[in-house]
Design a binder for this molecule. Sequence first.
Ligand code: IMP
Length: 191
Amino acid sequence: MELIFCTNNEHKIQEVAQIMGEGFAFLTLKQVNYLSEIPEPFDTLEANSATKANTVFFYCNKNCFAEDTGLFIESLNGDPGVFSARYAGEPASSKRNIELVLSKMKGVENRRAFFKTVITLATPQGEWQFAGTCKGRIALEIAGQDGFGYDPIFVPDGFDRTFAEMDAAAKNTISHRKRAFEQFATFLKQY
Ligand code: IMP
């Protein structure tokens, strides 16, 4: 099954390919020659993900999906949330985002947080959404080299190391993305 994955983020593509397994082929935005930035102006992952998927669907009229992820930190009232990519401003930088989170959380005892992923599938038959979350806590300092984004400061529940200290296979058994894409893969197999 060939689907357009509305992203050019190599890390996401690799993670999703590993989670979904065989039987699916993904085309990136570059591969379908969609080169514009798609704005994410809404205050929910659901709305931003749907806009992305529908924008690309109307451009190429092929089955496509978008996924949007955010890190929601309890003691920061849910920030960075939908603004996770550009929390520390433009240009988007994971290093600066992490530094900002750690500085805001200096001395903060409640470190509870969760990742949430929302996928929107847009097809000629309609639109569907799938979501997955992963609960955990924000570490006191950066640890690990693997993964991407906020992985070096996120410790999932049941573990004492960050996502960035786990190899891809371990992260992909428990992650928000795994939980959302598992439902997505089950749906596509019946579709
Ligand atoms: P987006 O879904 O590409 O908009 O991602 C929003 C922000 O969350 C970006 O800064 C990503 O680097 C970060 N992010 C997305 N998924 C993950 C993840 O699995 N681990 C850590 N950070 C992530």
